[in-house]
Design a protein around this ligand. Sequence first.
Ligand code: TXA
Ligand code: MG
Length: 374
Amino acid sequence: MKVCGKRIFLNGEKYWSSPSPYPLTPTCLLPCTLYTNPMPQLPITDETLRQAADVLLRGGLVAFPTETVYGLGGDAFNPSALAKIFETKKRPRFDPLIIHIAAMDTLEIIGDLSVLNTAERKILDKVTGEFWPGPLTVILPKQKAVPGLATGGLQTVAVRYPAHDAAQRLIELSSGAIAAPSANPFGYLSPTTARHVADALGENVDIILDGGSTHIGLESTVLDICQGQPRVLRPGGTSKESIEAIIGEVSSGSVDKVLSPGMLPSHYAPKIPLTVFDRRTLSSIPGDKTKAILFFDGDSRDTWLAGRLPDNNAFPLAVLSNTGDLREAAAKLFETLHDMEKFDVRQIYAQFAPEHGLGIAINDRLRRASSVKP
Ligand code: TXA
Ligand code: MG
C-alpha cells in the first residue's frame, strides 16, 4: 500500500482515506472507481466525467472547466467537501461560494424563491431567461438545505448555470449542485487552463478535468437581485450594459458589508508586482529588461515602441488583443498574466482596457491585481 498525500493506493487502485459523508456507506477504504492516475489531470470523456462525479459524490474535490474560469468543485450539500474547498484554496470561511446548477428546477432547491417579491421574481425570470446558461451569477435568498459554510453564514446564496457542456454533464452526474470557487489559491490569479490548476493546487485536488483553455477567461458577473435595486457586485463575463438592456438600470459596487472576495482591494494578484496605466500615460512607461509590459491593443504597443530606439526593443511585451477586441482581451487576460509571472522581471506594467462592456471587468481585475493603485 502506498500513501500519496491524501490518497491511498491499494494494489494500484485508489481508495478514499477520509470519512465518507454518506451514512450508508462504509466510512473508509471505499474504492474510488478506476482512478489510478497519480497526476490528477484527465481529458474529458464519458468515463472521466463519471469518475469525477463519483469523487464528488464521495466528498472529494474536482477541478473542472467552465466557460469563464476553472472551478474547484465540491458537493454543494456536503459540509465536509465545502470545508475541503476552503482549506485547499486557503480561503477565509466568510467568503461565500457560488453553487453551480445544470437545470432550472434545481434553482428552487438552492434559492428560496418564495420570499422574492413580484418585481424581484420578474427580474430573476428575465435575467435567467436571457443569460442562463452563461457567465452570470445571481444572488438569491437561500434555502435552508444549503449549508451555511457554502454561503459564509449569509442568508443569501450565489447561483450560476454555466454554459459549458462538460460542466453541465458533471453537475448532472453528481448531486445536481456543485459549489465551486475559481480553482486558484485565495487572492491569486484565476486559472484558465488545467495546467494553471495543477501548478497552483496540484496534489490537493482529486481530479482535474482538462477541457483546454476557457472561452471567456474572466469570472462570471455577480448580480444581487434581492436587496432593492439590482446591483452588480462583481463585474464579469456578462456586461452591465447587456443586463440593463433587459431589466433597466442596475447599480454597481458592494453595499455596506457585502462579502465578496472579488471586492477585496488585493485580489487576482500575480506574483510579480503589477502597476496599471492608461493610454494617456503610455509614453511614460519605462522599458528595460527588468520590466514586462502588457498592452491592451497592438496600436498602443506600436505607439509605445515608436518612441524607443530600434535596438532598444528587446523588452518582455505582450498584447491582449491586436485589434482591441474586448472579448479576445478578456479571454487572454489571466492566461497572459500567468505567463508573465514566469518572466524574469521585477515589475509588470498593464494597460487599462476601454471602460465599457467587458472592459469594465478587465479593468476591475487589473486594479485589484495592481500593487500600486492608480
Ligand atoms: O465564473 C465564476 O463565477 C467562477 C466559475 C468557477 O464559476 N467562480 C468564481 O467563484 O469566480 P469565486 O468563489 O472565485 O467568486 C465568487 C464570488 C465572490 O466574489 C463571492 O464573494 C461572491 O461571488 N458571492 C458568493 N456568494 C455571495 C453572496 N451570498 N452574496 C454576495 N456575494 C457572494
Ligand atoms: Mg475567485
